[in-house]
Design a protein around this ligand. Structure first.
Ligand code: IPE
Ligand code: IPE
Ligand code: MG
Length: 251
């Protein structure tokens, strides 16, 4: 994703974010509060994801990035990791045709090395099938961690210097941004985190430089179109300045 903060300058509607990113959190607590196993919370989380993809398409959002599995989630019990990977498999197998029919273009960011070959195959299949679609871009952050993404970009730049292909002085924010996982995708305008937690947890830290952050108290399995619209309404009330001055200041 590009590092350029890009305020709309063309008079386009700024009240709808072009790119919404969501930290889908609270599945475990949703389940625990009902006396259910955590796996049930994750299963219901997939239902919420379906609702939100549909709603995003209806609302004209162009990019929806979802945090599905973080590089730190490997520290969870093996059974839970198996449940989460099983849900991803099922989501792609069951929903890919519908996503494709709805014009959704699927992209995946994160580290694929080390993932089971069948998961890697499914992720590639989803990307390949939907590559030409022009409605919602669904960016799935899977086995994703921002620090690793940035470190990988730095490594590539260092290699280019070592190979004599660039000078150290040519390394700037734009150059590094070009080596992130999805350099063509604009930075998120709005980042939503459910469940009341107020942190990024290693999600899109570079790209979030000027994102509006909205924290909602509800757990992810309860998130729906109305909750998305509520977060967007909050976003629309914010004033984005990108380091400049307020639009009407001094007049
Ligand atoms: C989000 O819900 C799903 C993933 C992180 C994969 P959690 O599993 O983090 O739920 P809580 O935070 O324990 O409630
Ligand atoms: C962030 O949630 C990761 C995903 C939503 C996939 P976590 O539940 O893993 O984050 P922490 O551990 O509470 O910061
Ligand atoms: Mg959590």
């Amino acid at each position: 994703m590009s590092n350029a903060a890009a305020p709309a300058t063309d008079g386009s509607d700024r009240s709808t974010p072009l790119h919404v990113a969501i930290i889908m959190d609270g599945n475990g607590r949703w389940a625990a509060s009902r006396g259910l196993p955590r796996a049930e919370g994750h299963r219901r989380g997939v239902d919420a994801l379906r609702r939100v993809v549909r709603a995003s398409n209806e609302l004209g959002i162009q990019y929806l990035t979802i945090f599905s599995f973080s590089s730190e989630n490997w520290s969870r019990p093996a059974t839970e990791i198996r449940d989460l990977f099983g849900l991803l498999r099922r989501f792609i197998r069951n929903d890919l045709a519908t996503l494709h029919a709805d014009g959704v273009c699927v992209r995946v960011i994160g580290e694929r090395e080390g993932l089971d070959p069948d998961i890697r195959g499914l992720l590639s299949e989803a990307e390949d099938l939907t590559r030409g679609n022009t409605k919602l871009n669904l960016v799935v952050a899977f086995n994703y961690g921002s620090r690793h993404e940035i470190a990988k970009a730095a490594q590539r730049l260092a290699q280019e210097v070592a190979d004599g292909k660039r000078t150290p002085e040519s390394i700037n924010a734009d150059a590094l941004g070009q080596y992130l996982d999805a350099p063509d995708i604009p930075d998120p305008d709005l980042i939503i985190r459910t469940s009341g937690e107020q942190r990024l947890s290693n999600f899109l830290m570079w790209q979030a430089a000027y994102s509006e952050l909205v924290f909602v108290p509800i757990h992810w399995p309860d998130f729906d179109k109305a909750a998305l619209e509520g977060a967007i309404a909050e976003y629309a009330r914010r004033e984005r300045r990108f380091g400049g001055l307020a639009a009407k200041t001094g007049s």
